[in-house]
Design a protein. Structure first.
Ligand SMILES: [Zn+2]
Length: 414
């Protein structure tokens, strides 16, 4: 890979990734991991939220992975490759990005401890949405970490934006880029954002047109894919998808035992079926939490089935598999609101919904238990301080499950 000598060259490099993303019709954002000491580009990636199925001439269904933002992918790429490539630790590397990271990516980057350098601002979903470098969405300690390790490159005239942030931590800290590079990063994202959000948010039949996957025969490819993702798939049905009872305790508890961190997250469909229940993979990467695994696993399975070579399988997947916004996510343990993983989790939930969630009580973001050192109020405060996209469009609202039977069954099993 190439070696860079300036912020301008770094932003030109990631802007090329954003152009590739635009041509793929996904969010036009790009990023790269750069070695602070050498300027070497270690990896470069772009957004893959919408992606054509490899090898298929006709892309049938593009919503691929709501968490496949450039920065989040780079963090997981780093942990997959740090040992085999003998990479330096994250605090000696910078992730340079065309656009201010969203809540999910900001939480991912801060969990891993990368330095960060940014070109354009996103005043709707970006973690620096107010352009003040105050990071009101982050927990206080994490705010200090971001202020010490992140920078927003200056922009020369005529845009004339002062450099903001640490001049020493990110690669090419304190440097300026030219106005055309800044405009490219900003405008190419703006041109993509609404169509990609709508394609993601509207990708699925409303519940009154959906069919119940519990009725699928054992030979169904959709049923087999669900079971392959999670052995508890379609083994449990709750009377109300937003009010699961004690029936959900065994899958949550048994699944949680499989992870390095004792936690699991279930996805329930509008019929009350348990579709997937996964543990985290924090042994592979600290950002692969139970929620990330569940939402990604389900999305990737759905994308694969919706692009199956057999048109009957594609049709069945469309008829039986819900968009998660019509179902509910149930966490065994809510994320700890003092951690960057909590910001990442709520951000990834926002990216999974990618727009308004049908408003019915209670929320479709539920947890059974809180981690020991926190309160429901602290968790709600974190959600209410997120950037405008999450509070105004998605309306992230974590709530404890209503069923005392479920809470007691889990407490007895923990
Ligand atoms: Zn992001």
């Amino acid at each position: 890979m190439s070696t860079l000598n300036s912020a301008q060259e770094a932003v030109d490099t990631v802007a090329n990734e954003a152009i590739e993303a635009a041509l793929q019709q996904t969010f036009a954002v790009g990023g790269a991991i750069i070695n602070n000491a050498t300027g070497e580009v270690i990896a470069a990636m772009h957004n893959n939220v919408l992606m054509p199925f490899p090898g298929s001439g006709t892309p049938y269904f593009l919503p691929h992975d709501p968490t496949a933002h450039g920065e989040r992918q780079l963090v997981d790429w780093y942990y997959d490759n740090v040992a085999p490539l003998n990479l330096p630790p994250p605090d000696q590397l910078t992730i340079v990005t065309t656009l201010d990271p969203c809540a999910m990516c900001a939480g991912s980057l801060l969990t891993a401890g990368f330095n960060v350098a940014v070109s354009a601002i996103d005043d709707y979903a970006g973690i620096n949405y107010n352009s003040q470098f105050t990071f009101p969405s982050l927990p206080p300690k994490i705010r200090l970490q971001a202020q010490a390790t992140w920078g927003y490159y200056g922009v020369a005239a005529p845009v004339s934006r002062a450099y903001q942030g640490s001049t020493t931590a990110p690669v090419f800290g304190g440097q300026y880029i030219d106005s055309p590079a800044y405009f490219l990063c900003s405008s190419i994202f703006s041109a993509s954002v609404n169509t990609v959000r709508e394609a993601s948010n509207n990708s699925g039949l409303p519940p009154d047109q959906l069919q119940n996957p519990a009725n699928l025969p054992a030979t169904s490819k959709v049923r087999q894919a669900l079971t392959a993702l999670s052995p508890f798939a379609l083994t449990v049905q709750s009377a109300n998808p937003r009010d699961p009872g004690a029936e959900l305790a065994p899958p949550l508890l048994k699944t949680a035992q499989q992870g390095k961190v004792f936690n699991s997250v279930a996805l329930i469909d509008p019929f009350g079926n348990l579709l997937a229940c996964l543990a985290g993979a924090e042994d592979k990467s600290p950002i692969r939490t139970a929620f990330m695994e569940t939402t990604r696993g389900y999305a990737l399975m759905r994308w694969t089935l919706m692009n199956d070579p057999d048109p009957a399988v594609r049709a069945e997947a469309g008829q039986y598999l819900t968009h998660p916004k019509y179902g509910a996510f149930v966490f065994l343990y809510a994320p700890d609101p003092t951690t960057p993983q909590a910001v990442m989790t709520f951000g990834a939930y926002g990216s999974t919904m990618e727009g308004p969630v049908p408003q019915s009580y209670p929320s479709n973001l539920q947890y059974v238990l809180l981690p020991g050192n926190t309160t429901a109020q602290a968790l709600s405060t974190l959600a209410q301080n997120l950037p405008p996209f999450y509070t105004q469009s998605v309306q992230v609202a974590p709530a404890q499950v209503l069923s005392q039977d479920l809470i007691n069954a889990v407490k007895n099993g923990v």
